[in-house]
Design a protein around this ligand. Sequence first.
Ligand SMILES: *Cc1c(COP(=O)(O)O)cnc(C)c1O
Length: 434
Amino acid sequence: MQFYSTHGQCRLASLEEAVMTGLAPDGGLYMPERIPVIPRAFFNNIGEMSVSDIAYVVATTMLGDDIEPSELKDIVFDTFSFDIPLKEIESGVYSLELFHGPTLAFKDVGARFLARIISHYSKPRGEEVNVLVATSGDSGGAVGAGFHRVPGVKVFVLYPERGLSRMQRRQFSSLGDNVYPIEVKGNFDDCQRLVKEAFIDSELRGAMHITSANSINICRLLPQMFYYFYAYSQYLRMGNDEAGGVIISVPCGNLGNLTAGLLAKKMGLPVKRFVVANNINDSFTRYLATGLFSPMEPTRTIASAMDVGNPSNLSRILDMYKGDYNAIKRDIKGHSFTDQEIERAMSGVYKSTGYLLDPHGATAYLALKRDVSAEEKGIFLATAHPSKFAESVSRVTGVSFKSTPNPHVHTDCNDTAKISPSLAALKKVLTLST
Ligand SMILES: *Cc1c(COP(=O)(O)O)cnc(C)c1O
């Protein structure tokens, strides 16, 4: 597979170039040059397949020419050290629990796959790779855990000074070794902008090998397709038929997860429509309603991992649809919710069913319920374990979490660098640590 840049100002890149540089040299995002369709026969017995078996078929269809099948199989099977069960929590309402990985959020899937692909390419090169990741909460832990103690790799986690839960921060700041936390005096969009600026800074690029572990990086994004297929497989296994395809509600921030779902649909997954769930940072929902996109300053909400005002994957989505707003509107509906509504869903669902939702999953639940008709069923993505947002989940539902020992918490951590949101400040930290 070859990858083009959404800015269209540079030549096609191999998988190795795309993953090892993260952002294209022209500042665009990489996308597969074509989207291969999986043969229909695959869907005939998908209901009997495991997540790893499904992932292997999807991965080889997309990347089979780039990585040896046996190697790709190891990478895929290694990625899924945990299950992603689909649970019916109310009649016709299914929760895809994406939070059983080591850092309790769906970002483990992308981060674990990416870490293994980067190791695959960096080992024979023998040079140090510096991985930059901006986090709104969950990427930092997932990427940190994915690369922790991997020889030849250093990870720099940029996070905003406010908005992370205690567990989110501890998951990366207490790792130590090759994982360096950097607190940015600003919001998540500032962190994301700094990472992008670092990539197009020729001085920095000349001095050290840097790549991105955000969903900017195509290998964070592609593995997120796998669980959409697996959700469908379990949906069939639970006695549903595929007539018309499934409805899937996605809690969105940077739109990486949604982009992966759209790619899965283009590869042949029968999806009737996607439902975007936003908190009040709803620039994408507004775009769907009006056809006009205007980025906004993010506001802090209870679903903090979705506090994004200028989602970086929008350019990929526009590209996939060749900018056709009406086609986008046919495939994607959007709804946004206030903190109060999200909290009411968390407590309401807990009271009526005993099922605990974290604020992000609750937003997706709300959007699904608003969008489906009485005859329709649907799946929402539960992106984080409720215990990861223990403070708000306990306050809203009254359920308390015993503190479980976290295997990723160590005592000797690297000092946190605190920087102003400027490239000069970031460069200083990066060059001092290498
Ligand atoms: C990152 C994150 C999201 C948003 O996902 P995007 O791919 O950025 O749209 C939703 N929920 C949780 C728990 C997250 O960590």
